[in-house]
Design a protein around this ligand. Structure first.
Ligand SMILES: Cc1ncc(COP(=O)(O)O)c(C=O)c1O
Length: 292
């Protein structure tokens, strides 16, 4: 059965400070964000009714707005409270949340300094990001590269940065893969289209330095947990010619959580002890009642 489109779902959306019936949470077609991608967003998950790393996500939303030159008109604690109330109002235990902030419709041109800034938060029940996640996913090499940090605001979770992600993900799906691995402008391995990437070899974890892509909240969590266990984690430049030397690899992200990888463009990987450990530790943390 096809899923119900988002514009036609029951429930509530927190919209500019108020809980609005989901079907009425609309913006005008001449909204600046729709024409010029002047929007920033967050993807988050709640476990057992508690939003995981809620404060980090709220702060990143505000920070992303700042990088894009606008002020999200809420404090982190107000955004936290809105998310918390929304999850309760929707009656969800485990769900995905999408917070978004954008420039409104007062002016429609490249310059839009005085447009009002809006903010909304939605939540829905959503299982695994990848079908058959536990079997491991297959990645192809993306046709697009992550831009250099002086060609796009790489640290912001900004809507415009996802244009090349959608193109790459579509190309991968058309070719029968689950996702695409993006290189950066130097040809180094960067990340997947909506998740960070990790590799393991001889009990050591290697992951690209996030100098032109998002330093994911899940990524930071996984690094901290691995180090706590005494596993060495090396953040460094990783070039594609090293791929064949790794034993395991996996993706991390709020949507993807921890997803093992079984193939990158013809190279096979076997999810084993390291993937299992990381998945186990992450699951233990997200299931803990007070994991904020
Ligand atoms: C392009 C991209 N990279 C990395 C991530 C991972 O970030 P986080 O762990 O903060 O969700 C995301 C979002 O999930 C993303 O969209």
């Amino acid at each position: 059965m096809a899923s119900i489109p988002f514009h036609d779902r029951e429930g509530w959306i927190w919209f500019d400070g108020k809980f609005t019936p989901a079907r009425e949470a609309k913006v005008h077609v001449l909204t600046h964000a729709m024409h010029y991608a002047s929007a920033v967003f967050e993807g988050e998950r709640a476990y057992g009714g508690a939003v995981f790393k809620s404060r980090e996500h709220s702060e990143r939303l505000i920070r992303s707005g700042k990088i894009m030159g606008f002020h999200v008109p809420y404090e982190p604690e107000e955004i936290d409270r809105a998310k918390h109330e929304l999850v309760a109002k929707m009656g969800f235990s485990d769900c995905y949340l999408r917070a978004v902030a954008w420039r409104g419709s007062e002016a429609l041109g490249v310059s839009a300094k005085h447009n009002t800034i809006h903010c909304a938060i939605a939540a829905w029940e959503w299982g695994d990001y990848f079908a058959d996640k536990m079997k491991g996913v297959r990645l192809m090499i993306a046709p697009w590269r992550r831009p250099a940090p002086d060609t796009a605001p790489a640290n912001a979770k900004a809507a415009g940065l996802y244009m090349i992600c959608t193109l790459s993900k579509h190309a991968a799906e058309d070719a029968g893969f689950n996702d695409a691995l993006m290189f950066d402008w130097r040809g180094q391995i960067a990340e997947a289209t909506g998740a960070n990437i990790f590799f393991a070899r001889d009990g050591v974890i290697h992951t690209p330095t996030p100098d032109c892509f998002l330093n994911g909240i899940t990524r930071q969590t996984v690094i901290a947990q691995a180090r706590q266990r005494g596993v060495e984690v090396i953040e460094r430049a990783i070039f594609p010619n090293e791929l064949a030397t790794f034993e395991e690899c996996f993706l991390t992200g709020s949507a993807a959580e921890i997803t093992p990888i079984r193939e990158i463009a013809g190279l096979s990987f076997k999810p084993a002890a390291m993937c299992e450990q990381v998945m186990h530790d992450f699951a233990a943390l997200t299931r803990r009642k007070n994991a904020t």
